[in-house]
Design a protein around this ligand. Sequence first.
Ligand SMILES: [Zn+2]
Length: 482
Amino acid sequence: MGKLDNLKPQSVFGYFEDICSIPHGSGNTKQISDYLVDFAVEHGLEHYQDASNNVIIIKEAAEGYENAAPVIIQGHIDMVCEKDAGKEIDFEKEGITPVIEGDWLRADGTTLGGDDGIAVAMALAALSDDSLQHPRLECVFTVDEEVGMFGAEAMDVSRLTAKKFLNIDSEEEGIFTVSCAGGVTAKSIIPVKRKEKEGNIYKLGISGLLGGHSGQMIDQERGNASILMGRLLYSISKDAKFRLVSLEGGQKDNAITKDCTAEIRVKDEYCAAVEKTAADFDKIVRHEFKTSDPGAEVSCVNEGVKKVSALDKESTSKVITLLVNHPQGVQRMSRDIDGLVETSLNLGILKLGEKELEASASVRSSVASEKNALTDRLTSLTEYLGGRMEFTGDYPGWEFKDDSEFRDTCVEVFTKQYGKEPVIQAIHAGLECGLFAGKIAGLDAVSIGPDMEDVHTSSERLNIPSVQRTWAFVAEVLKQSR
Ligand SMILES: [Zn+2]
């Protein structure tokens, strides 16, 4: 007897409970992938499993739907594994335990994996229900969305015939996502030269900023500590000669940098100027960021006289030039969708090594040509400084489609079921839909999902009545897709 046996719709929650019992963190997807294959075999359904553990399961159209355009239902099979401090669990080998709490489903001290197990459960429920009216169903299960959408990236779509695409990986019922940004990680690498030098070492710090996700929160105009450090160093260079010794800011290219530290070597005669400029810059930062980052501050500590390996004059100047000219934040707002950031970037990782400076930025745009223009700008700057670029994790955007038959069907079904229209939104972050839009010409996609809270944390919970309504919605969309 399962814990979720009394939840309706039982087909959805029954499969969800199966999924919970199988460990399926990102990178650990073989077992859940095989579970899907077993399901397909058991139900006599056409299926494909690839080397990445992605799975496609196909069910032919129900009677009367033979001529209807096919529909893809898509979700990812990996989950983020987080747990409470003190909770003992081996995510590699153990499943998670779902707990019903009123109208909500959560897990016992861990993430629930409602993101995105509920999509997988709904797809299996649709595939297994012979009473459902539907066109040819092509269910697509991808791996490793949470760590870079690698499954969607590797997916061979040649088995798919549908253009209509329902992604169930959104977390708010009533919101239809219909466009997302594409992106790329752009790393500038500038070679530097060092020399042994003796002098006063000052440790400079920019801290107390709030940071945040560089896609969803870039429109908050929060400060980026590495960019501010560039400003501080340039200001100091106007009155004092110094050499850069160390520089470090941020750990993830998609997080707005909260802290940055630098060490500089300064001759005695310039110490007073360094201290004054840093103190002045502290006031400037506190003033400029009083609304967005009320805790922002600048520190400057004399660490005494030391012999260190410091950058030479030219390398110090190159690093400062890069930082002062590196674009940051919102570059353009959409002229089509109100309030949507169209193009942005974030300098997320800054690291000065023995021989190179590395500056990694996450570039995003829902318009491919704008993304390219921005990476060109970074390339031009970097090459001018004698450096080179490295681009990784390139994924295409999903542009808003003016005419979308599938979106119209979804809106119509929603409006009938809920008595109000859904909210149509575009987001400035990546979704797997973007990768599929890049692979399937004319993709007609909508992303939906039931209400979930605190995803990617051990407080993650999934609203049960919302799952019921969303399932009814999915079934009706299939029925109306003729
Ligand atoms: Zn997800």
